[in-house]
Design a protein around this ligand. Structure first.
Ligand code: HEM
Length: 219
């Protein structure tokens, strides 16, 4: 076995920041506690998702949508789903890639609708004032329903990771933490890595733009 570098630092930072933010948003949304922080962290998630979408075009080769959105490969992947052969993907597998895209879209809907959401008592999203109260009501409903869908998809995502660990004996979590993955003595995949500082700088710019646009529109 050799070790190959798999995930770049921006993808890993994106993922674990998203997991922490998601846990906090779930807790604060359900309990209604510290809703000012619910909104701040919601803006962070919006910036994270916009960053990840841009990184899907300009980032490292295995972080790009062109690399992991392969609907044509899903049937062949499903046929080998229960094979215990070591799962060798130098990125997301074809089904996982589609789930990643779905999670990003659901997160985008979640974060954008949150900007207009109201609980009709104490809390209003920062852009609530831009829309009619009818539309705000509909967007608030969507914010709640979409979260239920998001929870189901995230549960499937975590179940798939557990399936890989237990059934396929392939640990996908460690590479998402350390960045590297064991690889058999077969030719290593050719992954082109983007400069991680470019990724981090890009995120800072996206975050500042998200905060700036929301402040401008909400004032
Ligand atoms: C403790 C819970 C979680 C674990 C252990 C976990 C683990 C992982 C792993 C191992 C991957 C890489 C899969 C692969 O090799 O193809 C991944 C990717 C991903 N996960 Fe999770 N995940 C968790 C929670 C979440 C949550 C809560 C979300 C969203 C709200 C999420 C969203 C994503 C996304 C968007 C990707 C794609 C990363 C990228 O390409 O940038 N994950 N996750």
């Amino acid at each position: 076995m050799q070790k190959i570098k798999l995930w770049d630092a921006p993808v890993r930072l994106f993922h674990w920041s998203l997991v922490g933010a998601f846990a906090w948003l779930w807790y604060s949304g359900e309990t209604g506690s510290a809703m000012d922080w619910h909104m701040r962290i919601g803006e962070l998630v919006l910036a994270l998702v916009i960053f990840r979408i841009i990184w899907g075009f300009v980032g490292s080769s295995n972080a790009r949508f062109a690399d992991f959105i392969r609907p044509g490969g899903v049937v062949a992947y499903l046929k080998s789903l229960f094979s215990r052969d070591a799962a060798l993907h130098a990125g997301h597998n074809p089904l996982g890639g589609l789930v990643v895209l779905l999670m990003l879209l659901l997160l985008l809907v979640q974060a954008v609708t949150g900007l207009f959401t109201t609980d009709e008592i104490f809390t209003e999203g920062p852009l609530y004032g831009l829309v009619s109260s009818d539309l705000a009501g509909q967007l608030s409903g969507l914010h709640h329903q979409n979260f239920e869908i998001l929870l189901v998809v995230v549960a499937l995502h975590v179940a798939a990771i557990a399936f890989y660990l237990v059934y396929k004996r392939t640990n996908l979590v460690r590479p998402m933490i350390t960045g590297s993955k064991p690889w058999p003595d077969a030719p290593a995949p050719q992954i082109r890595f983007a400069n991680p500082w470019f990724g981090i700088g890009l995120f800072v710019v996206v975050y500042a733009a998200v905060r700036g646009v929301i402040a401008l529109l909400g004032s």
